[in-house]
Every structure is written in C-alpha cells, then in structure tokens.
Ligand binder design. Structure first.
Ligand SMILES: *[C@@H]1O[C@H](CO)[C@@H](O)[C@H](O)[C@H]1NC(C)=O
Length: 220
C-alpha cells in the first residue's frame, strides 16, 4: 500500500501530540468540581479522599502574608501553601509557596519530582539556576518583579546575592510538588547511605564522607 505524504503528516502530527501530552502531564485531571481533601482519612489513595462537607476555610490560607523566619543553617525558609495546608487544592493540580531568604541566604540545590516551578521575586536580588540532565547550568540573576522557571524534576537553587532580605512567591503545577534536597538526601538519609557508596560516587575517602555527614545534625 502506498502511504501518501499527507497520511505521513497526519501520523506525525498525532504522534507529536500524544508525546506532547505525555510530557506535559503533571497531576491527574479532576473528575468533579471539587474533592476537598480529608487529611485525617486513613484511606490511602493517589492524593486524598474527598470530605463530605466543606466551606470557604478549606480554600483559604493567609500564612504567606508575612516573611518566614530565616534564622536557620541555610538562611532560607519555604512556607508551603499546598494541599496539606489548603484541603480544597486536592485534585486541582496547583499550589504556591513563599520563600524567604536571610541576607546571603541559600535555598540549597533540590528537586521537585512532581512539578515545574515558576518564581516571582517580591523583593531582593537572587542568583538562581537549574541544571539540565546534560549537566548544563542555566542561571540568571533576578530582582524584584522578575520571573524565573525551574523545569520539573531538575536540580535547582536560589542564592540571595545581597546583604539584605529577599522573598519570592513560587507557583507549582502540582497540589503537592514534593521536595528532595540533594545534600540532605545523600548525606542525611535515614537509614544512612553507606559511606562506601558516597565515597565512590564523589571520589573521596570515607573519612571525608563522615565529615560531610556530621555537618547535617538536628540544627538543619
Ligand atoms: C529564630 O528566631 C526566633 C524568633 O526570634 C526564635 O524563637 C528561634 O529560637 C530562632 N531560631 C534559631 C534556630 O535560632
């Protein structure tokens, strides 16, 4: 059978669209108006089961209004406004965070397994970046009013480059993006990742691995 160029074009279009859908899909789509999370339920599902009754408070949160306390090891604090704080977000596929930075503070390299992140700078100046799966650093210095995007799953960071506080609002295409800190995942996991694994991975001796691990105490 002869396949016309037109048929080929149609097939290519359909395949491209299917691939595109597969690549951009984040949280699953909702099947009803709302499914306000019953956070106390014992039932385990993908997300949370729906509550019988709900009201405006289930769709409300006012804790991003003020700066969070940044007097910690890294000099930064993420205040999440996700489904765990706003039950009404269950199945809606979005959430926000506010991130505050002490002078020179750092939000250390981490990933969000379930969401792309887009930040809007409220005030201050930050050097931000992400690393592609080809190990290319994509970075920029951003200031009040600027936006920067961290693609889903890629390692990224934000460093306050001024000796003054900074803050951003971050939006995510997931009700619960998840956060995995690179240093803490490797050096502060419980049970611990074996020293010989880390020594070989980082090409350092086990003594140095212990030194790095000892830096991750309860103070974080
Ligand atoms: C951070 O500051 C708050 C309020 O000033 C204080 O209660 C808290 O103990 C401080 N935390 C650390 C880790 O210093």
């Amino acid at each position: 059978m002869e396949i016309s160029p037109r048929t080929v074009a149609t097939i290519v279009t359909v395949i491209s669209f299917a691939v595109f859908l597969g690549v951009v899909s984040a949280d699953p789509d909702l099947l009803q108006d709302v499914c306000v999370a019953d956070l106390a339920s014992e039932v385990k599902v993908n997300g949370f089961p729906c509550k019988e009754t709900f009201d405006g408070t289930d769709f409300f949160f006012d804790e991003l209004a003020n700066p969070g306390l940044t007097n910690n090891t890294y000099g930064s604090l993420v205040t999440a406004a996700n489904v765990e704080k706003i039950p009404g977000l269950n199945t809606l596929g979005v959430s926000l965070s506010r991130i505050d930075y002490a002078p020179d503070g750092l939000n250390p390299p981490h990933t969000h397994p379930r969401a792309t992140e887009i930040v809007f700078v409220l005030y201050g100046k930050l050097h931000v970046g992400f690393i592609t799966s080809k190990n290319v650093l994509i970075a920029k210095t951003i200031k009040a009013g600027d936006i920067f995007v961290f693609p889903r799953g890629l390692v990224h960071f934000q460093k306050n480059v001024q000796h003054a506080p900074a803050a951003v609002i971050a939006a995510f295409n997931s009700q619960l993006p998840g956060t995995q800190g690179i240093a803490t995942a490797l050096f502060a996991a419980k049970p611990t990742v074996p020293d010989n694994v880390l020594a070989q991975a980082f090409q350092i001796d086990a003594g140095l691995v212990e030194v790095i691990k000892s830096g991750f105490g309860p103070k974080c």
